[in-house]
Design a protein around this ligand. Structure first.
Ligand code: 1CP
Length: 347
């Protein structure tokens, strides 16, 4: 590894002392960047993944343009499902759409297991390329079982996840089989990314906040426990993200995961009240990226002040960057996080 390698992000994930607060942004590669838009004129979303040089370039863009402390592999949570032969497309302005939503366990029974080196060689090649190109850590990622199941059952994005929860309640055995299948796939996919060179992995469980704490404990936590227990045997640090999931944080704190990542609905005081002991990541409302500069800066400063006495803290958004955001706003915010916290770090 190069002597200039910046491991501040990895140290913060392990709750070690850092010279400043590391920062990266969820969905930091995407439509708000002119270079990304021009690459998308030549390649569809999934075609980018199938061209390792192009995919590595898109992954590096935010590191080069924004000065963030970590890169996140350019792919989607649907990537492994598509590689298993499921028919899913990214529809402009909508998101992932499946042509045949699942209705029962019988729909899942004939799926073939994922073999990452056979089915996704181009993703692993991209990770390998990036490992030698980057001077910051690479975050690999996957969708968590509940969030993947929500797209598979609803057929696409949803507001209330009624069909997903109805499936969970009405067909508990099929649900358990679906969680088993998706957790095995997710684990194999993440292990392959780690072996190819990803130093961190984030599980995106964006929509799991739709379930109660009891349902989470009974019907989802066992799959998350299996995944994180196995990942713990590797060198990689692990992160777990969801929106609107403050009521699940006590359950999350029991999982063998390093970093909890949540949105603006949860505050540093809530963490104290709940006795959360792990490193944390978040949680600026991405809508503030469209607010006047002075308001954005003031809110970022408040966040940094609130979290700075925790052993591990990574500055991030509570959810992804919108396409309307200006690149220079993100650049200025990353600079501010670095300068403000290197001046104000307690010794
Ligand atoms: O061409 C395009 O610009 C399509 C937009 C797009 C992009 C840039 C999609 C479709 N996916 C992605 C890349 C992506 N997706 C990344 C890598 C880029 C980065 O972070 O820098 C990551 C980590 C994801 C993860 C992802 N995809 C999540 C979890 C994070 C989150 O935002 O909650 C989810 C839920 C998806 C599904 C998805 N894929 C694409 C869209 C627009 C969506 C969301 C749809 C919805 O609201 O349900």
């Amino acid at each position: 590894m190069s002597p200039l390698f910046n491991d501040v992000f990895l140290k913060a994930c392990r709750s070690e002392h850092v010279p400043y607060t590391p920062v990266w942004f969820m969905r930091q590669a995407g439509r708000y960047q002119a270079e990304y838009r021009s690459i998308r004129e030549h390649y569809s979303f999934f075609e980018i993944s199938r061209h390792p040089e192009v995919c590595a370039q898109v992954t590096r863009l935010p590191v080069e343009k924004l000065g963030v402390d970590a890169a996140i592999l350019f792919a989607d949570i649907m990537t492994p499902l598509k590689a298993r032969g499921l028919k899913v497309e990214i529809v402009e302005g909508v998101g992932p759409v499946f042509d045949r939503p699942i209705r029962s366990g019988a729909d899942v029974a004939h799926w073939k297991p994922l073999d990452p080196s056979q089915d996704l060689p181009y993703v692993l090649e991209t990770v390998d390329l990036l490992h030698s190109q980057l001077d910051v850590p690479l975050i690999g990622f996957a969708g968590a079982p509940f969030t993947l199941a929500s797209y598979l059952i609803e057929g696409g994005p949803s507001k209330n996840y009624h069909q997903t929860k109805a499936f969970m309640y009405a067909h508990p055995e099929d649900w358990a089989a679906l969680m088993d299948d998706l957790s095995a796939m997710t684990l194999d996919y993440l292990l392959a990314q780690i072996h190819a060179g990803a130093q961190a992995v984030q599980l995106f469980d964006s929509w799991v906040g739709a379930v109660s704490e009891e349902d989470y404990r009974k019907s989802i936590a066992p799959a998350m426990n299996r995944i994180f227990s196995k990942l713990k045997e590797t060198e990689a640090v692990t992160l777990y993200f969801a929106t609107g999931a403050g009521h699940l944080l006590t359950e999350w704190n029991k999982l063998p995961v390093d970093v909890l990542s949540f949105d603006w609905r949860t505050s540093a005081n809530d963490l104290r009240r709940l006795g959360i002991t792990k490193a944390v990541q978040g949680n600026l409302d991405p809508a503030l990226l469209l607010a006047p500069q002075n308001l954005l800066r003031a809110r970022a400063q408040t966040l940094l002040d609130q979290f700075q006495d925790r052993p591990g803290y990574i500055f991030n958004l509570g959810h992804g960057v919108f396409p309307e955001v200006k690149e220079k706003t993100l650049r200025a915010l990353a600079d501010f996080v670095h300068t403000y916290t290197s001046q104000n770090k307690p010794e």
